[in-house]
Design a binder for this molecule. Structure first.
Ligand SMILES: [Zn+2]
Length: 168
């Protein structure tokens, strides 16, 4: 990837206040979670930031962020090379941001557009709530300074249990 390509890649493609994002925000608010949105001073400008939980949430569109093994994401049949490059680029950027966030001590949760479709939405949101509560217990259970590497390991397990997709 050339420097120019990388630069283009790094410019954001996330749209603000999209419907899936609003679904998650409304749910969290109704359950008493308090958060900030589109926090620009954190890597990747997370859609939702729960400071108390040291957790950020990204709500990703399946196409732009290249959701693997997704039921709705399909690579277009024309300009395949262009789209592959673009989507791989977004994937790489997402991963980079996750790594930066981990270094700063944040948990990252990724919710995919397809996981918020009406049929499985409730399950996804309940899983999210469970994961947040588990993270909270773990953060408070430790009498030593927060360790992001442990946290990430834990998060992957929690996400699996909650049944909404895998960590990147
Ligand atoms: Zn998907």
């Amino acid at each position: 990837m050339t420097a120019d390509q990388r630069h283009k890649c790094m410019s954001r493609i996330r749209s603000k206040g999209t419907k899936p994002e609003m679904i998650v925000r409304r749910y969290l608010f109704s359950k008493g979670f308090r958060y900030r949105v589109n926090v620009k001073r954190l890597p990747g400008t997370p859609d939702i930031v729960l400071r108390k939980y040291l957790t950020v949430i990204f709500i990703n569109g399946c196409f732009w962020h290249g959701h693997e093994e997704c039921v709705i994401f399909k690579m277009p049949k024309s300009n395949v090379e262009f789209w592959e490059r673009k989507i791989n680029c977004n994937r790489e950027r997402d991963l980079q941001k996750r790594i930066e966030l981990r270094r700063l001590g944040w948990h990252t949760i990724v919710l995919w557009e397809c996981q918020l479709k009406p049929k499985i939405r409730e399950l996804t949101l309940q899983g999210l709530e469970l994961t947040l509560n588990t993270i909270m217990l773990e953060n408070y259970g430790k009498n030593k300074p927060y360790r992001s590497d442990n946290a990430t390991e834990h998060l992957q397990v929690a996400e699996e249990k909650a049944g909404y997709g895998k960590s990147v």
